[in-house]
Design a binder for this molecule. Structure first.
Ligand code: ZN
Length: 317
């Protein structure tokens, strides 16, 4: 029996002892910790109840000494590609970097399917074990602004429920696919998630991915998309700037591959060698004490401690 989580964190609602067996589909109903905003969302609640969930919220809230007076970098990986598990996870472990993985749940595959280009749930649990935050990225990866209300709520709620069901973590952070969101989408996002990252954007005049912790809009966090044609030197310079000028830089990656293919098809691929160089830049700055590396959730919790909006509800058996 592998202990995944024990204890109760009253600040963020972690509760109970979970073992791998309890995460199997046959899990009986156990301790239920509900998110107050989730309870308000009938669509989500229906899914959660129907799935007999035994959740643990917010696993890795280490007491990192984050403050608005230092630079911070967050690594975020979108879409849960298997090549992220194969190529990026070893690099992240080597440099002891934790970040946020944004998972579109529909395609999460079976470990035994050799053709799946998306990670399996056990592979996603490897990231959790490595200290990564698990964030949501809808179920089917649609353009959210085009969806009617019911489908919008289902995309948001069902993905959260599945992540909770399969990993024991209720996702706190959300990424809209294609950066496609508007006020209506964000209103729905707010009923379930505590933050939303964009696919681009940042401080005007400073650059994509740069956020000021003192004034960050937690439902429109800017990210720098690191793509095949993005120069490593540019990203490392941005990391250095975040360290010296005390910004929060959020990096966004998609596929991490041996070598990126040319043309539009490989636009969102970056070679693992480039990924490692970027990781090294961040790790060295962190080692020099100039920078903290943290998950999106950790940053917001530390920078905006008054944002807490959760409470504990015991299960109704
Ligand atoms: Zn995506």
């Amino acid at each position: 029996m592998q202990c995944i989580k024990t204890g109760y964190d009253e600040t963020r609602l972690s509760y109970g002892i979970k073992d791998t067996e309890q995460l199997e589909p046959t899990t009986p109903k156990g301790i239920m910790v509900m998110h107050t905003t989730v309870k308000r969302n009938l669509v989500t609640s229906a899914f959660l109840m129907g799935l007999g969930i035994t959740p643990v919220l917010s696993e890795n809230l280490s007491a990192q000494d984050l403050s608005p007076n230092i630079g911070i970098v967050s690594f975020t990986l979108d879409d849960a590609y298997k090549n992220q598990h194969t190529n990026a996870l070893p690099v992240m472990l080597k440099y002891k970097i934790t970040g946020t993985l944004f998972i579109p749940t529909q395609n999460v595959g079976d470990r035994t399917d050799p053709d799946s280009i998306v990670m399996s749930w056990p592979e996603i649990l490897d990231w959790k074990a490595a200290g990564w935050e698990l964030g949501a990225h809808t179920h089917t990866h649609p353009y959210l602004t085009k969806l009617p209300e019911t489908e919008l709520n289902a995309e948001l709620g069902y993905s959260a429920a599945l992540i909770w069901r399969h990993t024991g973590t209720f996702p706190v952070s959300f990424a809209s696919p294609y950066g496609d969101f508007d006020d209506r989408v964000l209103a729905a996002v707010r009923t379930i998630y505590e933050d939303q990252v964009s696919a681009w954007g940042g401080l005007e005049g400073i650059g994509d991915g740069f956020n000021a912790l003192s004034s960050v809009d937690v439902y429109n966090i800017g990210r720098l998309g690191v793509e095949r044609d993005t120069k490593v030197e540019k990203v490392c310079a941005d990391i250095a700037r975040a360290a010296t000028e005390h910004y929060w830089l959020v990096l966004e990656f998609h596929q991490i591959v041996e070598s990126a293919i040319p043309g539009d098809e490989g636009k969102y691929q970056i070679p693992v060698g480039n990924f490692e160089q970027i990781a090294k830049c961040a790790a060295e700055a962190a080692q020099n004490g100039k920078l903290r590396i943290a998950t999106v959730q950790e940053v917001l919790k530390a920078a905006l401690p008054t944002r807490k909006s959760t409470s504990l509800t015991k299960p109704s058996e």
